[in-house]
Design a binder for this molecule. Structure first.
Ligand code: FPP
Length: 238
């Protein structure tokens, strides 16, 4: 798919599925002598504006890493704060519905609070027929945990070992039925995947930047997409 750039005649290729590790909230807050909670609040604003922007420019899938299976190790007050940001967001999804964004959660829901689980189901049901951006929020998500869940389900379904293919695994992941991310963005100067979409990212392009997530704006996304567009993607061929 081609997307006309605003300021030049050059055409760029849009990724189909962008995955973002929303990193650097804590450091953003620290730089301003603010509590980490202020960083997450600012990160949440950035999340909303980037999701809207992706929808506007025609990105089909966006997956954001909101809370990992490892994030429970943080102080309880910080975990509660992130969950409260999520609660507030889920109580106000009308704006996303109005924008035709389809919301889905990936990750293990089991340990989450009951009210959050209900809000998640409601948000998914309310936006199920949206035809714009498909927005995945990874919550209590871990790539290895996802693969373990997939294998357990494959075994439980009694699928024979010789019938298991890569497609069988893909179809049992939280992202079943979705295209794999072709572009993974990690701001904040870290160069790790941190257990994010480890199966799905086998052929993704990566983009790293020093920008802290709360400072990440549509212009930065444009820059990343321009880089993506320039890369020659060969999938192991020549
Ligand atoms: C990583 O930065 C960020 C998180 C673990 C939380 C991300 C959550 C949000 C942005 C809120 C999302 C809200 C919704 C509604 C999806 P960090 O805290 O590890 O930053 P640091 O490495 O600078 O300490």
């Amino acid at each position: 798919m081609f997307f006309k750039k605003k300021k030049s005649d050059e055409e760029r290729i849009l990724p189909t599925h962008i995955a973002i590790i929303m990193d650097g909230n804590g450091r953003w807050a620290k730089k301003r002598s603010l509590p980490r909670t202020a960083g997450h609040a600012a990160g949440s604003k950035t999340f909303k504006s980037i999701a809207r922007y992706c929808n506007k420019i025609g990105i089909k899938y966006l997956t954001v890493y909101a809370f990992s299976t490892e994030n429970w190790k943080r102080p309880k007050s910080e975990v509660d704060n992130i969950m409260n940001i999520l609660r507030d967001y889920l109580k106000d999804t009308d704006s996303f519905k109005d924008e035709n964004i389809k919301l889905e959660f990936i990750g293990d829901r089991e340990p989450l609070a009951d009210d959050i689980k209900e809000l998640m189901l409601k948000a998914e049901a309310d936006s199920a027929s949206a035809t714009g951006l498909h927005l995945n929020i990874a919550l209590n998500y871990g790539g290895r945990d996802e693969i373990v869940h997939a294998v357990k389900r494959i075994v439980a379904e009694g699928i024979n070992a010789e019938d298991i293919t890569e497609q069988t695994i893909s179809e049992h992941l939280y992202t079943a039925g979705q295209p794999d991310p072709d572009f993974i963005i990690r701001p904040s100067g870290e160069y790790r995947l941190s257990n994010y979409l480890i199966w799905q990212s086998a052929y993704a392009e990566y983009w790293f930047s020093d920008i802290l997530w709360p400072d990440f704006g549509p212009k930065d996304l444009d820059r990343a997409i321009e880089d993506f567009s320039r890369r020659n993607r060969r999938f192991g061929g020549i």
